[in-house]
Write a protein that binds this ligand. Structure first.
Ligand SMILES: Cc1cc2nc3c(=O)[nH]c(=O)nc-3n(C[C@H](O)[C@H](O)[C@H](O)COP(=O)(O)OP(=O)(O)OC[C@H]3O[C@@H](n4cnc5c(N)ncnc54)[C@H](O)[C@@H]3O)c2cc1C
Length: 465
């Protein structure tokens, strides 16, 4: 039984990777630790449940990584995907610390496996969790419990008592009642606000109603909101997030990885007016998959259709939802409720603009269009082999970047620039410090593990002094 009247050294809010890394790290440093997870036990672990891999720097190949990935290369990748919208000192600190995480996370019971085939060519840079995110979480929970970390499920924190940058206590909902939990230090690891449609609507307007949320419905940003209201400095643009194109038939929440579509480079993408709107062959897919959520979000009614033909049917990962199929383009348009003449015209113009080349989807090949706006710069092949197929897609929001500003010790920074007295943050809730925009696969887990471990250590230290 967890005794909520006791004052813990460290209170961790959240139940995903960042929270568990913080809890384990604080406990290993001698602190008493309570984890409050808002979700029921079955759904514990937030978005972390859906993950497959983590990006860490390493100087040499490992048992499962095919070659070195230096700190500098990681930094250059981050710089490119964010376009410079990152805190360089903090990002470089995270990258340096990530080297250690590869071994540290194994010490906490997590096991690696070689890169999965058919993913985003990550075999050198990203380590895959044996059994995926759920298995990873199970290992972390087991370790935490064996170390003596207390964990409460169905324990949503609904308020924080903060006095001038000093955390005093949290109010936690327990069934119909509420309890006050005091602790010497706080680690906030309660995710972003991606599952809070009303909050998303403030920035995206009615378009937000058509967004699908790829992960947990429990990341409603309540802790983030309270912290910002109570004087913590905000970081990041509220419209920036990780968003990919996912099947429009996916559930509103928690559809996970199997609803994502990686077939864009094999065909064309049109909106509800049957018009193309972006270069489907701009760059190799691992560098571009994460722009398609925002692109679809900008289209009328936030819907688009990936159109391809029989020649590509078996070229990409099998999908959960089968493609919609028809023997001809006009028939396909009717099934999609698009204007058949408009789709026929778009496909005809595309086919006429395709120049001959040697198709190879693993390199920037020479199959391209000429005289077409927008162009398809690579992998352009005529859509001419029946049957024809389509996947309807909508923006799939993975996680948001608005967060709490932190320093290298994962300590929150107050609006006036002072470090908070005893408040730390890790994971999605502070991702915006590193990710101002853009994304490189596997970084969500890097941010959670690195800053979670630091936050736990620093919170334990803070509680001792
Ligand atoms: C489908 C999918 C696939 C992904 N794949 C990858 C991948 O392979 N690699 C990668 O690096 N990233 C991936 N990500 C992103 C990754 O999941 C996140 O960046 C990472 O898990 C964030 O960890 P976290 O601990 O900060 O948040 P989460 O794991 O989301 O945990 C947040 C926790 O806070 C709890 N919570 C929220 N509010 C409260 C409250 N008021 N009181 C108490 N508890 C609260 C939630 O219940 C949840 O347990 C993926 C995301 C999705 C959705």
């Amino acid at each position: 039984m967890v005794d909520l009247s006791r004052k813990y050294d460290v209170l961790v809010i959240g139940g995903g990777n960042a929270a568990l890394c913080a809890a384990i790290s604080a406990r290993r440093d001698g602190a008493s630790v309570l984890v409050l997870e808002g979700a029921p036990k079955f759904y514990r672990g937030g978005n972390t449940r859906h993950t497959r891999n983590m990006r860490c720097a390493h100087d040499a190949a490992t048992d499962i990584l095919t070659g070195p990935y230096t700190e500098e290369e990681f930094w250059e990748d981050l710089l490119r995907v964010t376009g410079g919208a990152t805190d360089e000192a903090l990002a470089r600190h995270m990258i340096r610390e990530s080297k250690d995480i590869l071994g540290w996370i194994v010490e906490q019971g997590v096991r690696w496996q070689p890169s999965l085939g058919g993913t985003l060519s990550l075999g050198r840079t990203n380590s895959f969790f044996l059994g995926g995110g759920r298995a990873m979480l199970n290992a972390l929970y087991l370790t935490a419990e064996q170390l003596g970390v207390d964990v409460l499920y169905d324990a949503e924190v609904v308020d924080l008592d903060i006095d001038d940058g000093m955390f005093l206590s949290a109010t936690v909902k327990r069934g119909d009642g509420r309890a006050i939990v005091a602790a010497s230090a706080l680690v906030a690891a309660a995710g972003g606000f991606e599952a809070n449609i009303e909050w998303l609507r403030q920035y995206w307007g009615e378009a937000a109603d058509n967004f699908l949320i790829r992960g947990t419905p429990y990341n409603r940003g309540s802790i983030l909101k309270i912290l910002l209201e109570k004087g913590v400095q905000e970081i990041g643009d509220p419209t920036q997030c990780h968003a990919v194109a996912i099947d429009a038939r996916a559930p509103k929440f928690d559809g996970g990885i199997i609803t994502r579509h990686d077939s864009v480079v094999f065909g064309i993408v049109v909106n509800k007016n049957a018009q193309r709107f972006y270069d489907e062959g701009e760059d190799i897919w691992p560098k571009r998959y994460a722009i398609w959520g925002r692109l679809v979000a900008a289209q009328p009614d936030q819907i688009a259709y990936i159109i391809f033909d029989a020649s590509s049917r078996n070229s990409f990962m099998p999908t959960l939802f089968p493609p919609i199929e028809a023997p001809g383009i006009a028939g396909l348009a009717s099934k999609l409720e698009l204007d058949p003449a408009a789709l026929d015209k778009t496909v005809g113009e595309f086919n006429a603009a395709v120049r001959p080349g040697t198709f190879d989807h693993t390199v920037l090949d020479d199959c391209r269009t000429e005289g077409l706006t927008p162009p398809k710069s690579h992998w352009a092949r005529r859509l001419e082999t029946p049957p024809f197929y389509a996947y309807p897609v909508r923006p799939g929001i993975t996680f948001t970047y608005l967060g709490t500003r932190v320093n290298k010790a994962a300590r929150m920074v107050m609006r006036d620039g002072r470090p908070a007295a005893n408040m730390f943050a890790a994971g999605e809730i502070m991702a915006g410090n590193v990710l101002g925009r853009g994304y490189a696969a596997g970084m969500g887990m890097t941010i959670g593990s690195v800053f979670g471990r630091i936050a736990g250590r620093e919170a334990a230290n803070n509680a001792r002094n």
